[in-house]
Design a binder for this molecule. Structure first.
Ligand SMILES: NC(=O)c1ccc[n+]([C@@H]2O[C@H](COP(=O)([O-])OP(=O)(O)OC[C@H]3O[C@@H](n4cnc5c(N)ncnc54)[C@H](O)[C@@H]3O)[C@@H](O)[C@H]2O)c1
Length: 280
């Protein structure tokens, strides 16, 4: 048994569990015997994730729920408490994508992205934290951000702004929950093979016109990023390969993959240079 296996008990709640990164996170927590609460706006896919866990001999429930709906998230927390009586891991993983130049993004698109990606995370934590506080055993919260906060690209303004908000929220939450022994980690993946564009299009409210991404947006975004290869993309299995170990260690950040070290250094150098100027 891997060292981190003994660390885990109880139930793991994952939003966006119907697909991609969320489904891979579920696989990891199932592998150490945790019960699963699979949440997704696509209730059919959430149920498929839960069925897979049950078929492998585990325990799971699923709910179709929109993370932007606080009341629905509170109902999900009640259902989790009734089913398993605890929440030891909470992965606020949902994020939707909306490409577009800053001067082209509509107010409705901004509101949708911020509602889901920022308030969705806030709602997820607000709904499940009371149950987490009552749970015995080790407890961890993982918030999914994006490498775009470390390596920004053009045509991603709304998305990147939302993920910076997730970073700010997570940094604060980590400090506020430290004394309770609840670890908070910011999970920062680079590109992944997932349904992100397709699921974002499906989840976009029908009354907001327009697509998620045009070829022109994609070309601009790729050419604006200082990445050697065209785009560093991994499977979600690869992105989660160290998840259990890294969460158990309560690292502040999990940068799962990607090639943008130089950009991080360059930005930090800029901040430090500005700091030094501020000391004059
Ligand atoms: N795919 C990438 O390249 C990439 C890169 C960096 C970060 N991320 C982040 O990883 C996370 C997971 O994305 P993914 O790549 O696994 O995509 P995905 O599309 O495979 O999974 C996202 C899931 O979230 C669900 N969802 C969408 N809106 C929802 C809502 N309002 N309420 C509840 N569920 C909702 C979708 O139905 C889908 O099942 C997101 O936060 C995304 O921003 C993705």
């Amino acid at each position: 048994m891997a060292q981190s296996d003994e660390f885990w008990s109880g139930a793991a709640v994952v939003t966006g569990a119907g697909s991609g990164l969320g489904a891979s996170m579920v696989d990891r927590f199932t592998s150490v015997g945790m019960a699963i609460v699979a949440l997704d706006i696509d209730g059919v896919r959430a149920q498929e994730t839960a069925d897979k866990v049950i078929a492998a001999g585990g325990r799971a429930i699923a709910m179709g729920v929109n993370v932007a709906d606080r009341e629905a998230m509170e109902k999900a927390a009640k259902a989790a408490e009734e089913a398993f009586g605890c929440c030891n891991v909470l992965c606020a993983n949902v994020g939707v994508q909306q490409f577009g130049a800053i001067d082209k993004l509509t107010e409705a698109e901004w509101r949708w992205v911020l509602d889901v990606n920022v308030l969705g995370v806030v709602n997820t934590v607000a709904a499940f934290l009371p149950l987490m506080r009552k749970s015995s055993g080790n407890r961890r919260i993982s918030l999914t951000a994006s490498s775009s906060v470390l390596s920004p690209g053009e045509r991603l303004g709304a998305y990147i702004a939302s993920k910076f908000a997730v970073m700010g929220y997570g940094e604060t939450l980590r400090m506020e929950l430290e004394s309770e022994g609840i670890g908070v980690t910011l999970f920062i993946p680079a590109g992944m093979e997932s349904r992100h564009i397709e699921s974002s299009q499906l989840a976009k409210p029908a009354d907001i016109p327009g697509g998620i991404m045009s070829q022109d947006d994609l070309d601009f975004m790729l050419s604006s990023r200082k990445i050697d290869t065209a785009f560093h993309v991994a499977t979600t299995e690869h992105a989660t390969r160290n998840l259990l170990e890294d969460l158990a260690a309560n690292h502040r950040y999990i940068v799962s993959h990607g090639q943008y070290r130089d950009e991080i250094v360059e930005r930090n150098d800029d901040i430090l240079a500005s700091f030094e100027r501020g000391q004059r």
